[in-house]
Design a protein around this ligand. Sequence first.
Ligand code: HEC
Length: 152
Amino acid sequence: MAYSLNNKIFALLTLLLLCFNCKNETEAKPTEEKKEKPELIMHKPSEMANFMNGMYAYNMQIKQQIINGEIPASMPLDLMKLHSAEMSNGHARTPVWNSFVNVFIESQQSVVDTLSNVELKERYNATINNCLACHKTECTGPIPKIKKLLIQ
Ligand code: HEC
């Protein structure tokens, strides 16, 4: 009695093991293929990310000029790219983006407006605060880095 029960259990276990084996064999191939393809494409920075890094570098330079007492007079960035550049996955021109982008463009242009009667440092810091305003909802990662652009 006990012997035949053990036998049945043994047979069942063997069957189960065989089942797992077939499963493993059929599943092994697709997962291997999955791993190889997409990762090669993923880490290329988007056109927008490149442009953002360009704006960062430009404003770092302007900050240094202002600290040195110089008056920056040229703004070589093509800010219209903000309306056209392709963005990376997960980012888009949301209503929030649209509500911030033109305000930002105007403030960035005002930094080199030599006829303005607002103090240069104030115009510059307002620009950086506009970077931060959009970043608070649209892309929080670079916020600590952008804060370093502010002139204390
Ligand atoms: C209107 C919204 C908005 C404004 C204004 C804005 N940003 Fe961005 N920024 C974004 C979004 C969205 C991304 C993500 C873009 C992507 O990954 O395609 C981004 C990405 C970045 C990045 C990361 C780039 C990378 O390598 O992934 C930096 C740095 C950055 N911005 C700095 C700035 C600075 C400096 C300013 C102001 C001079 C600024 N941003 C103004 C929305 C904005």
